[in-house]
Write a protein that binds this ligand. Structure first.
Ligand SMILES: [Zn+2]
Length: 174
């Protein structure tokens, strides 16, 4: 993974549904090495990490940089990245890759470390004023706005379309 992927990991976990194991597995389906090994204990831990990530993101969107750095540093302290180089494929590409935590540990250790690292990298690379929250009703997902116009309002095209279709119907009803 490169730094963009770690930022993605942080956002994905912050926005993930953590009601039960099945929901969390579905959210992490692109990382089978993580999702296939999740247990109830991982779920509990990641639910807490997700809450803390959302607090950090809330601070970023509010421009509260002190509480933002406090929150991110506390995540880095609790889930420190411990990178190791690995060449064992997990059933797919046998190529080189980096684990940000001991791969023998439960997957939540590495997922949390990747998210903490991604959050810190996101701030270093993009600053604190490009984080936003989706304005679509019933969404509220956090996102990083990397557009040149800095005018992103929705987390995804799905949410943008949902709002635009609703507005269009509203106008037609007139
Ligand atoms: Zn959304």
């Amino acid at each position: 993974m490169d730094n963009a992927d770690y930022i993605e990991s942080a956002l994905r976990l912050a926005n993930a549904r953590t009601d039960d194991l099945e929901s969390l597995r579905a959210e992490l389906r692109d990382e089978p090495w993580w999702s296939s090994r999740l247990t109830g204990r991982d779920l509990e831990l990641l639910r807490d990490v997700a809450t803390r990530l959302r607090r950090a993101l809330e601070s970023a969107t509010e421009g509260e940089t002190d509480s933002l750095s406090t929150e991110v540093n506390s995540l880095l302290r609790d889930y420190p990245p411990r990178p190791s180089l690995s060449r064992h494929g997990h059933g797919h590409d046998p190529g080189w890759h980096i684990h940000v935590a001991d791969p023998e540990q439960p997957p939540s250790t590495e997922i949390a470390a990747a998210a903490a690292w991604g959050m810190a990298q996101g701030i270093v690379l993009h600053g604190t004023d490009r984080w936003g929250r989706c304005q679509a009703p019933n969404c509220g997902s956090y996102f990083l706005d990397t557009s040149t116009g800095r005018n992103k309002r929705f987390c995804s095209t799905r949410c943008a379309n949902r709002v635009h279709v609703a507005a269009f119907r509203e106008r037609r009803r007139g």
